[in-house]
Design a protein around this ligand. Structure first.
Ligand code: GUN
Length: 290
């Protein structure tokens, strides 16, 4: 079994970006500038946004963190987004999800200028992805493709089963794995809460991408020998023995599934760091596409 080390791979990608940023500086050009909007005080969101800001600092990008109160109105948030759209100094930005319940996430996403949408969530970018046109690919699915690519995992003609149909992971992932691309060309099955005979489907999978948000859902009896397993889940579970008071669990029962897998991502240290690396790649791309 080979552990797909997202931490190491994301570090390699960040080192490559660092070199490109230094080239920009040597040419007297402006470095990329990423902004992140954080609404409210969701603990996991604060951690993720801080990690994104830290990654910017590491690769040499400028970054701006905009913290807004949980009770901000939808109108005021959209005004903030308009300001970011019109601020020429900002090359790309993200609005960290989830948003408080009184705010319509789709409305907010659609207010983001597609040319600055480095999360790749705007319908224009998602549509371009489907058509195989240049666009910003959603950070987590793009990170997974980059992980498969860096480990040279054969995907062509394989049966890829995606668990979960979220707008930000499952659905775009299924499209990327099926597209005509060296790290695509899979026969894809997208499964969800209404899927029947799930075990039969997962047992026939060469590649499983678990993104359903249910801790330790995928067990050894659901997979075949030699399967490639990508675990997108990352749920905080109370654990008094930890200093933080919680531990992180994925959607895969790692200890048993890893015994049968040929490649598997750990949680943490698998997909999470790859999402951040992809966001950095997209932000650099935002400058190149200007
Ligand atoms: N919440 C969970 N994952 C993501 C992500 O990739 N981007 C944003 N903006 N919010 C998220």
């Amino acid at each position: 079994m080979v552990l797909l080390d997202g931490k190491k791979t994301s570090q390699e990608i960040k080192e490559e970006l660092k070199i490109k940023v230094n080239q920009l500086l040597a040419e007297g050009k402006k470095v990329p500038h990423l902004a992140a909007v954080l609404v409210g005080d969701n603990g996991a969101s604060i951690t993720y946004v801080n990690a994104k800001v830290k990654a910017c600092e590491y690769v040499g990008f400028d970054s701006t963190l905009i913290k807004l109160p949980a009770d901000i109105s939808e109108d005021d948030l959209i005004k903030k987004i308009d300001q970011l759209n019109n601020n020429d100094d900002i090359d790309g930005y993200i609005v960290q999800l989830p948003l408080p319940e009184h705010i319509d996430e789709l409305k907010v996403t659609m207010a983001i200028s597609p040319s600055k949408d480095v999360d790749g969530f705007h319908p224009e970018n998602l549509g371009k992805m489907v058509l195989n046109l240049p666009c910003f690919l959603p950070a987590t699915p793009y990170g997974i493709v980059q992980l498969l690519e860096r480990y040279k995992i054969e995907t062509s003609g394989k049966h890829c089963v995606v668990l979960g149909r979220s707008h930000i992971v499952g659905s775009p992932m299924s499209i990327l794995m099926a597209r005509k691309h060296p790290y695509g060309n899979c026969t894809v099955t997208l499964t969800h809460s209404r899927t029947k005979n799930l075990k039969e489907i997962t047992k026939s999978a060469d590649i499983i991408i678990a993104a359903l948000g249910k801790t330790e859902f995928l067990t050894a009896d659901m997979v075949k020998e030699g399967v490639v397993v990508i675990d997108v889940g990352i749920t905080r579970v109370k654990d008094e023995t930890k200093k933080s008071g919680f531990k992180l669990l994925g959607d895969v029962k790692f200890d048993e599934v890893s015994q049968k897998a040929s490649y598997i991502t750990p949680v943490p240290g698998g997909v999470g760091p790859m999402t951040i690396a992809s966001l950095m790649v997209n932000t650099f791309k935002a400058v190149e596409m200007k």
